[in-house]
Design a binder for this molecule. Sequence first.
Ligand code: NI
Length: 432
Amino acid sequence: MKYLIDDALVVTMDQNMEILRSCDVLIDNGIISAVGKLDAEQKQNASVINASGKLLMPGLINGHCHVPMTLMRNFADDMDLQTWLFNYIFPAEEKLTSEDIYWGALLGIMEMVATGTTCFIDMYDHMNDLVRAAEESGIRAQLSRGVTNFEDGSDFSEHKGLNEAIDFYRQWNGAANGRITGAFAPHAVYTCSTDFIKAVIKTAQKFDAPIHVHLDETRVEHEDCLAKHRKTPTRYLYDLGLFDRRTVAAHCVWITDEDISLLKDKNVTIAHNPTSNLKLASGVAPVPQALSKGVNVIIGTDGASSNNNLNMFEEIHLASLIHKGVNHDPLLVNAETALRMATTNGAAALGIKNLGIIEEGAKADLILVDMDKPHIMPVHNILSALAYSVQGSDVYMTMVDGRILFENGEFKTIDKEKVRYNIQKCYDRLFR
Ligand code: NI
């Protein structure tokens, strides 16, 4: 399919942060094939999307999520992480069936594409159902089967979760024209024994696969790890060799200056989840310090049970504000930095070239934002408008791999009514 996006204001997110006005963008076969003023011949046979009054930018990359947790939205709130996770979330998750995961994931994907997210990084269980939702919807995703094991041991060849993770990676990495990629996901230091983490690292090495892990999210995790291993969680995983794989480490709220240097040394990406960390009162991650040392930082929503939405524009907004506030420094995490964390930095974390940017040859993962809104005008500064004024609900169109998933309030690949009906059914069975 060939599309012409006609007369857009384009935020390219290229290195120079170039902004193009009244610009045409041609999309052919999933790739941005031309950017600029195009002649009649180039426009031939293209389906035209009128973008006047709209802003075109790369789609947002949600750096850390558990998408089926939409089912537990507003289910367990106003409590600390340990209580929330062990007393509410883990017991509820034990009841989830394949159907729950599929519909919960579709609901989350609907919310994401409607608010400008074109790609998400996720770890969860029942991955074959989650990936079915991602595959059918057309969204891009890096997915992994989260694994836990509390006891040490020498042989994990019969471990159910790890075997499912291996099967999942084998079957799905690189699927759907490369839209779906895989990773291995030891859940966290406090849910995995040392021997088990070693086994997961060995498995990831065997498949040359990346890692997705929760890291140093709470003070309890930090202090327990110090007491048990005499090391910070970061130092502990560093010494085990986990970071020798390309890694996305979610949270990193309690990391020390030395930890930041270790993460930089191994090019680990930090997935910053401002809402989730605030809501669970985990703390505020030292993002400015990590950025100043050159660590790649991305933004995630975390699951909808600790957020309680998957709206990346809200996360961009918060990520740019909270560090100013807690550090008493208005210069920290400016609008451009926050937008980079949600676009280009996400592409770098995934190791996908030509993603998170509007330029010739890039993947056509992009969004149109309707700027003709009272809460956005007048636009003195385009980047400020995006970081501080635009809401997820201002997204007009979302395209992934050159395919329109959402346009003018309509879902093109997902049956909204069917999702609504089935979510209610899942909710009634699980919680009423
Ligand atoms: Ni998480």
